[in-house]
Design a protein around this ligand. Sequence first.
Ligand SMILES: [Zn+2]
Ligand SMILES: [Zn+2]
Length: 277
Amino acid sequence: MPGFDMHIHSIASDGSWSAQQIIDAAIAKGLDGIAITDHDTVTGIKAAIDYGKKCNFPVIPGIELSTKHDGRDIHVLGYWIDTDDIEADGRLRELREAREQRCYKIVARLDMLGMKLDADKIIASAGNCDSIGRPHIAKAMVESGYVDNIKEAFVKWLGQGMPAYVPRMKMTPYEAVKRITDAKGAAVLAHPGVGVPDYLIGRLVKQGIIGIEAFHPEHNIADEKKYLQLSHRLRIAATGGSDFHSAGMRCVGYRVAALSQVELLARLRQQKLAARD
Ligand SMILES: [Zn+2]
Ligand SMILES: [Zn+2]
């Protein structure tokens, strides 16, 4: 059962592959389809949809919104969103600009710690990437020889609680669900096993999430089982994806959502839209 890889980052955020490379890999792997879910941006969606059409390969327009709740990072995925709609109110742009500001702050901290980097160069190197993030800074640290690899940059300097960590301005998970739902999308809680308190899941369902990402590289078998059962109990979809960013770490299709669950998610979304009209 191939299924859909419902969680993939492209060069439009902090991934290193173009939509075309991702889709070629997904086809080679025999997947049923994919979703592109860049961080806080939908600028990579059009190219992905166009190339998907050319290859007759299903591509779901998606996004992954970063949010904060009680000091924890909570990620909310959105599928089949109206991309014009979600960009229209300027809130995503505001969040992306905050990312750039954060890049300058982190570089200033690294400077105090004896590591000289050029923030403008890092931002420029991100090219058409709309969401400059810590991976870009980590890459610059590797290139300048301050660390051996990206992982070391995070573990020693950039990760939460480390000397060059700077928190980011974020929306709440409730706001993220509302924005996705308002843009006609299906809101899904991303990788709940990575620090999402259980009580929050029920609240987010009330707010409008219609799926949870049960299958994710950072979930163990017990997590998968737990969230699969929870999704059944809550009568929402159990999705999955690789959270692919770049080659060498996780591959496209490493985790997937079953076709039946993608269909369930689409149905739940249609029901929600019908109830709204
Ligand atoms: Zn995430
Ligand atoms: Zn992700």
